[in-house]
Design a protein around this ligand. Sequence first.
Ligand SMILES: O=P(O)(O)OC[C@H]1O[C@](O)(CO)[C@@H](O)[C@@H]1O
Length: 528
Amino acid sequence: MTPLTSTPEWQALHSDRAAIEDQSIAALFADDPDRFTDFSITVDGLLLDYSKQPISRAVREQLLAVARARNVAAQRDAMLTGQRINRSEDRAVLHTALRVPAGAPGWADATIARDVTATRSRMAELATAIRERQRTGATGKPIEHVINIGIGGSDLGPRLVLEALAPLSDGPRVHFVANIDGVELQQAMAACDPERTLVLVVSKSFGTVETMANAHEAMAWLRRCVPADDVLARQVLAVTANLDSVRALGLDPDLALPMRDWVGGRYSLWSAVGFSIMLGLGPAAFEALLDGAHVMDRHFAEAPLESNMPVMLGLVSVLNATLLGRRSQAVVPYTERLGRLSAYLQQLLMESNGKSVDTDGDAVSLSTAAAVWGQTGTPGQHAFFQALHQGTDVVPVDFVGVARPVAGEKGDPLELTAHLFAQGQALMQGRWGEGLSAMQRCPGNRPSNTLLLRALDARRLGSLIALYEHRAFVEAAVWGINAFDQFGVELGKGLAADLKPIIAGGLEPAGLDGSTAGLIARYRHWRG
Ligand SMILES: O=P(O)(O)OC[C@H]1O[C@](O)(CO)[C@@H](O)[C@@H]1O
C-alpha cells in the first residue's frame, strides 16, 4: 500500500496545511452566501452540515482528489460485493447485506441474501410469539423481561437503539449486562421475575470472558429460581457465530440465533445481535431501523463523491485528525435519548481505526483515528465546553440534533436546539471586541459538523448509525488500514487471564514488571 504521504494528492493538500489551519471559517461564509447549501447534504431526513469547517471549494477538491487517489469508491464496491477485504482475518465484510430489504437487489450474492432473510424471519417469528405471549417461560408465564448479556458490539448497538427509542417500547423490558463485576447483573436480576425472564447470551465468539461469566451466573439464577427442568431450553437463547461453544455451555445450538463471520462485532446490531431490539420495539421497528441504514448504504454506494455524506464526513475527519493534527473529537447529541451515542461511536471509530500499520503490515506514515468522546448537551456545556471554547487545543465537534422527539416523548426539543445551534455558532464566531479582557475573549474559528435528524425514529437512527459506519470505512480507505480487525484488544485479555491466579494469591508474582508486581502486592494487602 502506497503511504498516504507519498501520493501527490496528499502532498498538494499538505502544502496548503498552514493556510487551511489559518482559514477563517467566518470569512468563508462572508465570501459565499450559499455556503450552507453547498456544504450540506441531506439524505432522507438526515442533514449533515459541514459548512463550519475550514474547507473552501478548492480544499474540498483537494480532499476529493485524495479520496480518488486512494480508490475509496473501488474499495467501497469491494466491501459491498463481498470481497474478502478484511485481509488479516481473510473475511468479507457484509454488514450492509443485513439491511437489504427482503427481495430487493443487494450487492452480495444470493446465498447470503437467503441466509439473511431466513434469520430475519426466524427472529421475527420468535419475537412475535414472545411479544404476543404465545411463547412463554418454562412455567407458562409470559416473558416480561429480557436480560441481554454481551459486551462491546454485542451490547452497545442494541443498548443505544433501545435507549434512544424507549418511548416506543411495547414489548418486554430489556436490561443490559456487559461488565464482569456483577453490578449490572445483580441489578437486572433484582428487577426481574425469573419465571418471566428470557436471558440472551450474545457473543459472536462465545468465548468472551465477561459474557461467559455473566451467562453462567444468570443461568444458575434461573435454575435456582424456576421450578422446571427445561428452564434453560425455554429461557436462555444464544446469539452467536460459534455454535459448538453453545453446546459446551449446556444450550441447544439448534435454538441459537446465528451470526456470520462476515459481520464484525461493532457492525453487528443489524444481525441477530439486534434481537433484543426486536423484542422491545417489535419486528416493524427493527425493519425500519434496517431500512434507514439501507437508505444510507444506497446513498454511499451511488452518490457522487462530492455529494456523498459518508465520504464527506470521512474526509472532514481525515482533514482534522491527520492533516491538522486534532487528536480528539467530541460528539455531542442534543437529546438525552442519544446519551449512549458517544460510547457507541468510541467503539465503532476507535476499535475500527485505532491502527498504526497499513493493510500490508507496514507502519502508517501519519496519524489515524482521533480519540472520540462526549456527552449530551446541555449537560456537556456545563462540563467540558469551556475547554472547547477557550482551551489551547482545537477539538472538532459533531453536534447531533433532532427536529422532532421520539413519538410519545414529552417535552419540546426547541430549547435544546437553541443551545445546539448557539454552540456551533459560538465556536465559530468566538468573542472579541473592545472592553473584553484576555480571559473573556474566545478565539473562535473552531470547527464543527451538525447532524440534524428530521425526527428521532428507528429509520433515521438507522441512517445515522450507518453513516458513521461508512465514515469509519472512508477514513480507513484513505489511511490504508484495515477497519475490521482488532488484534490490539486481545493482548490485555490474555494478560488478564495470566494475572488472575497471581492476584488471587495462588501463584507467586515471578517475572512481573515492578509496577504490576507492586499493584498486586498493594491490592492483596488492602483486600486482606
Ligand atoms: O461478541 P463477542 O465475541 O463476545 O465480542 C465482544 C466484543 O469484543 C471485541 O472483540 C473486542 O472488544 C469487540 O470487537 C466485540 O464487539
